[in-house]
Design a binder for this molecule. Structure first.
Ligand SMILES: [Zn+2]
Length: 151
């Protein structure tokens, strides 16, 4: 079985390391072990990244897309410094990073996110954007008192 990983950020204090693979949480680590011991799993990719929003352009908010700003004292039209006179500004997109992308021996692919606790509103929106963008349902593996709930 192949295991691929990306370097994680340095700021998470409660990381868990196992066989050279670093996990953000105990729940993520435990689910990884389940996947690793699953004989139907062929490949596990850790922290797969998906661009859920592409970089986009908007009309500049300072000059309303005109590229020029009125100086109220001199009444001169000056080049807008915010958009450098272009009238538009490019905004960065957004990425969604899941916990695992799992490929099964029959070719089935599942993108899985592990949740140890309640999820934020931000997560719900990111999940929707991931699903719209990829057409794949994001599988949520949730650790409960009774074990794992996978939906
Ligand atoms: Zn502008």
């Amino acid at each position: 079985m192949r295991v691929r990983r990306k370097p994680k950020n340095k700021y998470n204090a409660r990381k868990i390391e196992f066989q050279g693979v670093t996990f953000d949480s105990q729940a993520e680590y435990e689910y990884y072990l389940i996947l690793k011991n699953d004989k139907s799993v062929q490949d596990i990719e850790l922290q797969p990244e998906y661009q859920i929003i592409k970089p986009y352009k908007v009309k500049c908010g300072r000059c309303d897309g005109r590229g020029k700003v009125l100086n109220t004292k001199t009444l001169n039209l000056n080049k807008c410094t915010l958009c450098k006179g272009y009238g538009t500004r490019t905004k960065s997109g957004a990425k969604f990073t899941a916990d695992f992308k799992v490929t099964y021996i029959d070719g089935e692919i599942k993108v899985i996110d592990v949740k140890g606790g309640p999820t934020s509103k931000d997560f719900t929106l990111r999940k929707k954007l991931f699903e719209i963008k990829t057409g794949h349902e994001l599988v949520i593996a949730k650790k409960t008192g009774k074990g794992w709930e996978v939906n």
